[in-house]
Write a protein that binds this ligand. Structure first.
Ligand SMILES: Nc1ncnc2c1ncn2[C@@H]1O[C@H](COP(=O)(O)OP(=O)(O)OP(=O)(O)O)[C@@H](O)[C@H]1O
Ligand SMILES: [Mg+2]
Length: 369
């Protein structure tokens, strides 16, 4: 539904060049919720602005719903009209809502319809229908200042839907909201995705956002996509940073000469009998350091961190045995284990905000250099 190939954006200002996007290949399938995550300055907003051509890419292509938008950009009045039309099929939701304070809620939602030249009656019908859809039917005549942050964002979403878009782009739509309101806005996006078959590309720096509603995700670092895939694919990718951040399991080796493994299983594969078989077959004592079962992107995932006696070299055969049973096995090396542990501490130490921070620092630990 959205494809970018070799998307590059270089900003030039006062003789300085900043490469915000460095050859981004992204593929968002129709009907999915796709999350792009990365630390500040990674190029997330640049990506979204290049996808709807608010920002002209330096090179590369952007295709949305089968239409090559980059080919339309700057090719005379006819192509310009086509580009505007194509853009009206892309809804955009912003972090700071961008509502006009002098207009009522209904008039804010009508704004894009005015630009599309719709009649007053049609605008009003559509706006009220959309306000009903986002649960704000009774606020049509209110002004933005009379609304809570969550309600303002619902208006922002209703406005984004005015042109009957196939695609909704969201840049940090929940970053200005408290955790409970965040959940309700995410739920609304999920419902719209399902009800309207809307493809949603959302940018966030919060892992919890990805975890709660995304089918697929990409991790951006310094203008590049360094990991991407469906949640299932990511969890099945050895050493995936996104998978580890989506689904952390704690626990530290009890001594130096131990092998620590993260064992991941999806729905059908159960670990319990496999672990006891492993223990019996190789006559080794296995300790469970941490375990969790959770739903990530609608997928039941289990992960267990276990410890085997001896160093990795001594455990190559047991590790092979686990992999043969269809389990995903990541070997936790002592340095990474320490990083993961630090992240866990900060997650446990604070409130939800700190937890997001902790996960973020775990997620982007490598970006610091
Ligand atoms: N209009 C601009 N002119 C010059 N440089 C820019 C411009 N917009 C962004 N940049 C630079 O491009 C890089 C990527 O910025 P971008 O806003 O895309 O990051 P981001 O991932 O959205 O960050 P955040 O999480 O803080 O919103 C940064 O180094 C930024 O300073
Ligand atoms: Mg940004």
């Amino acid at each position: 539904m959205i494809t970018t190939t070799g998307l590059t954006k270089v900003y030039r200002s006062r003789g300085r060049e900043v490469t915000a996007l460095d050859g981004v290949d992204l593929h968002v399938r129709e009907g999915e919720v796709y999350g792009v995550i990365g630390q500040s300055g990674a190029g997330k907003s640049s990506l979204i602005r290049c996808i709807n051509l608010l920002e002209r890419p330096t090179s590369g292509t952007v295709t949305v719903a089968g239409q090559d938008l980059t080919a339309l950009a700057g090719r005379g009045p006819r192509a310009g009209r086509e580009l505007r039309q194509a853009r009206s099929r892309i809804g955009m939701v912003f972090q700071h809502f961008n509502l006009l304070s002098s207009r009522t809620v209904q008039d804010n939602v009508e704004l894009p319809l005015e630009i599309l030249g719709k009649s007053g009656k049609e605008r009003s019908r559509k706006a009220l229908e959309l306000l009903d859809l986002v649960g704000l039917a009774d606020k049509a005549k209110s002004y933005p200042a009379q609304l809570s942050g969550g309600q303002k964002q619902r208006v922002g979403i209703a406005r984004a839907l005015a042109g009957d878009p196939k695609v909704l782009l969201s840049d940090e739509a929940t970053s200005a909201l408290d955790p409970e309101t965040t959940r309700s806005i995410l739920q609304l996006l999920r419902d719209l995705n399902r009800q309207l078959g809307l493809t949603v590309l959302l940018i966030t720096h919060e892992m919890d956002v990805v975890k709660s509603i995304c089918d697929s995700a990409a991790l951006m670092e310094r203008g590049r996509v360094v990991e991407s895939g469906t949640v299932g694919e990511l969890l099945a990718t050895p050493g995936s940073e996104l998978a580890a951040a989506l689904f952390p399991v704690g626990g530290e080796a009890s001594a130096d000469d131990r092998t620590v493994l993260d064992v991941t299983f999806h729905g059908e594969t159960a670990t319990q009998p496999v672990i006891s078989q492993l223990s019996r077959t190789y006559n080794i004592d296995i300790s469970i350091l941490g375990a969790a079962i959770d739903t990530v992107g609608g997928l039941q995932i289990g992960r267990m961190r276990i410890e085997l006696p001896g160093r990795y070299e001594d455990n190559v055969v047991p590790v092979g045995f686990l992999r043969e049973q269809g389990l995903q096995v990541d070997v936790v090396d002592p340095v990474n284990a320490e990083n993961a542990e630090n992240a866990e501490e900060s997650v446990n130490a604070g409130d939800a905000g700190d937890a997001a921070e902790g996960k973020r620092s775990a997620l982007v630990k490598e970006g610091a250099e």
